[in-house]
Design a protein around this ligand. Structure first.
Ligand code: ASP
Length: 342
């Protein structure tokens, strides 16, 4: 009898969920750009909101189960890479030559360890490969064929490039090529700017119950890119940065500028050395520095206490978060839009 009661008590104790002492939080984005309400049908808008909510919930579930920030970032980003809605993994944009080349990075704010990959064409989930570079190689960044050899060594799923292709992005490439031809026929003598199908890069930043911040970003880059072009997303310090002492950041926007402004690191540095709160630091870089440079884009961020931050100088940014209070919010349009809790 006594044994039965004590067994029952033990199982009751085990059944009580452990309450995390430290805050957990996660924020994600699905790209920034000219995202206007009038350009999205209600069905498309709902599809984005649902996928953003699903991805941020998946990441949060990992954190709530005692998983690490990195694991949460991977869970959220993998879902978005597998969705045709975003410019990452399946559904990524096309290069000028009509194939898909993917870039990704991830950083662990507890030890500043990082992993990145660029210009891969066969790795189904680039964020997973970036994480393997972090955890299973002495390097920070691997590119192209070498990165794919490493992916195969690691047993990560490889797919045909056609797995990533979608009609929507193929049409965007055709549009970009037509516009480029038109610009060339105007004969300014300049090399035409790469035309962007402006949104869809994905990113996530998570704070786990051990007080560690991780950040990750994954993208197909920019429509009609060529010559092995790589943007900011896989560049540690530009598209992604995490430092437990300051913040975690994932960026999206015109990569050439984000690299030159070292956006993600600059924001964290302003917090660490410049005594700014994270929102102020992010706004200084996105709304002032980048605007002065003529660059479009935005960031998501998390402070060590779990404060969620967004800053973007575009009409919209696909985004979602679950705050340290456990509140889910999803947003698409401008700053004034009240984030819809789902
Ligand atoms: N930052 C990405 C790149 O330049 C594109 C984007 O975020 O839309 O490759």
């Amino acid at each position: 009898m006594f044994r039965a009661i004590s067994t029952l008590l033990a199982s009751l104790t085990l059944a009580v969920p452990t309450i995390a002492e430290n805050p957990i939080a996660i924020v994600i984005h699905g790209g920034a750009g000219t995202i206007l309400r009038e350009n999205l049908t209600p069905d498309v808008e709902a599809a984005y909101r649902d996928k953003l909510a699903e991805a941020v919930r998946a990441g949060h579930a990992v954190l709530a189960d005692g998983g690490t920030g990195r694991e949460a970032v991977i869970a959220a980003i993998t879902l978005m890479e597998d969705s045709a809605l975003f410019n990452a993994g399946h559904g990524a944009v096309f290069t000028h030559e009509g194939r898909v080349e993917l870039d990704a990075s991830i950083m662990d704010g507890s030890d500043l360890n990082a992993g990145a990959i660029a210009s891969v064409t066969r790795v189904r989930n680039p964020i997973r490969l970036a994480d393997r570079v972090l955890s299973h190689s002495p390097h920070v960044m691997l590119v192209g064929e070498g990165a794919e050899v490493f992916a195969a060594d690691q047993g990560l799923p490889l797919v045909e490039n056609s797995y990533f292709h979608t009609d929507r992005r193929r049409k965007a490439l055709q549009r970009a090529i037509d516009e480029e031809r038109e610009a060339l026929s105007e004969d300014t003598g300049d090399i035409p700017v790469i035309v962007d199908d402006k949104h869809g890069t994905v990113g996530a930043v998570a704070l786990d119950q051990y007080g560690n911040i991780a950040a990750g970003t994954s993208t197909g880059g920019m429509t009609n890119k060529r010559f092995g072009r790589v943007g900011d997303s896989p560049i540690i310090g530009a598209g992604t940065y995490a430092d437990n002492r300051a913040c975690g950041i994932s960026a999206t926007g015109h990569g050439e500028y984000f690299i030159r402004a070292a956006v993600a690191h600059d924001i964290c540095a302003r917090v660490l050395y410049g005594n700014r709160d994270l929102q102020t630091a992010a706004d200084e870089v996105i709304q002032q520095q980048l605007v002065a440079m003529g660059a479009e884009g935005g960031v998501i961020g998390l402070a060590p206490d779990g404060t969620v931050v967004y800053s973007f100088n575009t009409a919209g940014m696909y985004r979602a978060a679950i705050s340290s209070a456990g509140e889910l919010s999803v947003g698409i349009y401008g700053e004034s839009e009240s984030m819809v809790s789902k």
